[in-house]
Write a protein of this length. Sequence first.
Length: 200
Amino acid sequence: MRIGTGLLLAAMAIAACGRAEDTGTNPGASPSSTSAAPPPSAPSSASPPPASSRDEEIAAAVAAAEPADQSTGSLDKVKEPAPTHKVTPHHQPHDPVTCKGTQYVALVQADVRGGSGPAVTASGECHVSIRVSRLSSDGIAVSVSGSASVDIANSEVTGATAAVQAVDSATVEAKNSQLHGAMKTTGKARFDDQGGNSFE
């Protein structure tokens, strides 16, 4: 009987070892020492892509396409060709200025003294632009003839006989200026008061 009992116990031990090999567990280990492998971590979410600069490019294109100010309400905003002769503060005081033919003369912050004759004489098809200047004469300050044109802005014109004299088909425009003396026009010539002027 003891031999039979020993064989029975040996058979039970062999069966237990077989089950342990099939399950991959240690028959002597306690149940609590066996733990499942941690699940693989979820892939981290990708960082958001950098903000596109497309919006900035669109804004720049819109700004570039906006039309520039085309207002010509002021003489100072009228686009003019490059002058053939320019009188600036560097030349003060300046001798009388003569413009003829197709010349374009610009006076900027100039002090032109005509003495007994005109401070500015314009004839033919020339154009004279006067800005922030002072013209004076013991006779006629600005004399314009032919089809010449003169525009005056932010300036002071003083003539003992006349501030402006225009004949033939000449034109004179003035804005925001002080005009001391008569405004004389004959023939088809005209004087255009564009506002802001004072006459004495």
